[in-house]
Ligand binder design. Sequence first.
Ligand SMILES: [Zn+2]
Length: 124
Amino acid sequence: MAISLRTLDDGAWISVNDSRTVGASDVWTLARGRFCRCEPAYVLFEGFTDVGVDGTSVVAGAVGRCLECGRHDSLERLPVGRIVDGEFERYEASAVQATLEPVSGRAVEPGRQIPPEGARGGEN
Ligand SMILES: [Zn+2]
């Protein structure tokens, strides 16, 4: 694959073939609770930590913050685009997320109910 991918400007941009193509400072809509428990989550990415190709997908590591719950975290393998006939085709930030694969090994735990102190009944 002759496409050259790298991050530029401290991760503010993903460069494709030496032109700044995907900017970090967009709000990305992540529909599947992959970043946090919001569904959808509106995540403002601050920067990309790396970029690479996975099959025909272009995936980036990114650091961002959820605008809803405030969670600040990094996300691996954010799909930012794909390669079609040797050309990079960018996903729109607002339209990405039907394409996200389920997370493996990092399933979101269902909220565990801890009964409040004193509600357990029994021994005093
Ligand atoms: Zn959130």
